[in-house]
Structures are given as C-alpha cells and as structure tokens.
Design a protein around this ligand. Structure first.
Ligand SMILES: [Fe+2]
Length: 210
C-alpha cells in the first residue's frame, strides 16, 4: 500500500488504504541484469524490512508470518554458493513482495529512520543507505546484523565507509532532524517513551560511525 511520489525536489511515500495496488508485476527477468553491488544492496532493503517489521511494538502476527517467509527466502538466496541464478531471482521477487507486506502490517524501524536522514542530506540511494546504517545497528537488531554481515561476506560485498566523514556539523544535525521526524518508526522500535532513549547524541554517535 505504499506509493512513492518522486519530484524534482522531494521523494515521499504515501501509505494508506487508498493506495493499495490493484495488480503487481513480479517479473524476475527485470532484475536479471542488475549489476552488483546494487542488486545486493537493493535486496537487503527487503531483508531489513523483515527484520524491522518483526522487532518492535507494532509487530503483528500477520506481518511476522509474512516476514518470516520472506526471511527464509532471503537466507536461501544470500547464504547459498551462488545467489545469481534465475531461480534465486524468482525467489527474490517473491521475498520482496512478502517483505513489503510484512511492513504494511507492522512498521519499519531504526534503520529506515536513520537512512532517510542520510538520503535527504546526501542523496544516498535507499538500498545502499540502509546497508550502511544497518551495519551499525547491533544494539537494535543483534541477530539480524550478524546475519547481514554473513550475507555480505558470502557475496563478497564491501560496504562504503566514511559516508559521513566529510559532512559539516550542520549536515549531521539536519540528518538527525529528519530522523527524529519519523515518530511512527521510533515508537515501533522503542515504544511510546522512545524520546527518552533515542536522543540526538545517540543518533549523532551512530551517524559518525558510518
Ligand atoms: Fe526500504
């Protein structure tokens, strides 16, 4: 049910009952030629959706069940010897669909909230941004981050480093501002009192590690 609107200045999503799709096209041929590391980064957006949807206060049985099946497919694809097979492309399409549904019945979390800050200030691609952020979120998703690192290793992926190294103080503060506007995500992560633990200082510390 999430619709993305892209314009010359902004890219924003609408999530609501009136934006549910009538039909979906899940054609694995359309992703067959996507080069690495972009294929991996974009696929990890799906993996991260499942982890975030399954951990938090807005978790539901429906979302968790869909996410569990999507995670099973992600593991089959990215922890096997060769992820680049037509069968794995087919699995990836289904995993992405189920992963999208898992967050529809729940919410995304800390990784997406911080990643939107990176995207807004640096224009960093959603998939890459999520991977850079998720790599630093052991305290929120210890098992997920461990498995994500195993998937990176298995697929010879080396993440960009020093993404925020050349940012000014103002840019870092702007990233934090954006991140803190995503109140639904933080309430999902840490509950109604999320502001007590998700401080500017904590977010600054995480951003400077990326
Ligand atoms: Fe995402």
């Amino acid at each position: 049910m999430t619709t993305v609107l892209s314009g010359p200045e902004k890219k924003l999503g609408i999530k609501g009952n009136f934006t549910t799709a009538d039909q979906l096209v899940l054609d694995p041929d359309l992703i067959a030629s996507v080069p690495e590391p972009h294929r991996f980064y974009t696929a990890m957006d799906c993996y991260i959706h499942n982890i975030e949807a399954g951990h938090g206060h807005r978790k539901t049985i429906m979302g968790d069940s869909l996410g569990t099946e999507s995670l099973r497919l992600c593991r089959e694809i990215f922890l096997c010897e060769d992820s680049h097979t037509p069968e794995n492309d087919e699995k990836l399409m289904v995993a992405s669909y189920l992963g999208g549904l898992s967050l529809t019945y729940s919410e995304v979390g800390a990784c997406h909230a911080i990643s939107y800050g990176l995207a807004t200030v640096l224009g960093i691609h959603h998939g890459i941004g999520n991977c850079v952020v998720f790599n630093q979120l052991e305290e929120f998703y210890p098992e997920g981050v461990k498995e994500f690192k195993a998937m990176m290793k298995n697929n010879n992926i080396v993440l960009p480093t020093g993404v925020t190294a050349n940012c000014t103080k103002e840019e870092i503060e702007k990233m934090i501002d954006v991140t803190l506007t995503l109140v639904f995500m933080w309430a999902h992560v840490s509950g109604p009192d999320w502001q007590k633990t998700i401080t500017r200082e904590k977010l600054r510390g995480l951003l400077l590690k990326m």
